[in-house]
Design a protein around this ligand. Sequence first.
Ligand code: DER
Length: 237
Amino acid sequence: TTIENGKRLAAWKAVDDMIDPKNHKVIGLGSGSTIEYALHRISSRPELHSMLYVPTSFQTKQLILQNKLRLATLEECSNGIDLTIDGADEIDNDLCAIKGGGGCLFQERLVAQASEEFVIIADERKKSNNLGSKYARGIPVEIVPMAITSIQRILTNRYTQANIQLRMATPTDKAGPVITDNGNLLLDCHLGPLGRQAATIYQDIKLLSGVVEVGLFCGMAKKAYFGNLDGTVDIWT
Ligand code: DER
């Protein structure tokens, strides 16, 4: 079957396995294309309509409203979030993930951080045994606009083999760089395979003033659901 079918299989199984209609009150929903299948599944199951759903982007807020689900803001969740389901660009065997391909990494991390459980859904292309060896774009880094030149220079000097690119929008959609939902810019930092360095690289880059978020989510996901082309679903824990 197709990659899209793989996304759907992973999303449906994660929703069916992980959302507990009896105990869960608030569900966080990630961004991207795979999460759309999760929303379809939730929308098709009335017993999941009583919960509150917290978006991680303008895209997901729209999807929650379009599916007539109960929208909640992160600010309202004084008791945290029970479960967040989100996609990713590449996931390794330690469940360390590259995220931000959709440019939504900052709100995704805020919501994941506020969640009791965090689960990733993906098609089989995202499986990796060496993070950074598959997702060609590199690590997405959200930056405050005025810091873009200085941080690009600092990172280029620090990671000499790296290719650090400002993410540009498609000119027929919007001239100039991609602007995130938070009004910031994105650097795609291609550092190549990270080996065991992902958590260290996250800290190094995140510590720079002007960096809003870094698309390396290590030690956060409890499970990853992969939809395979042969119609099966793998679950990594
Ligand atoms: O931006 C993100 O981290 C998203 O989760 C995204 O990268 C996943 O995208 P996809 O589900 O369309 O592959």
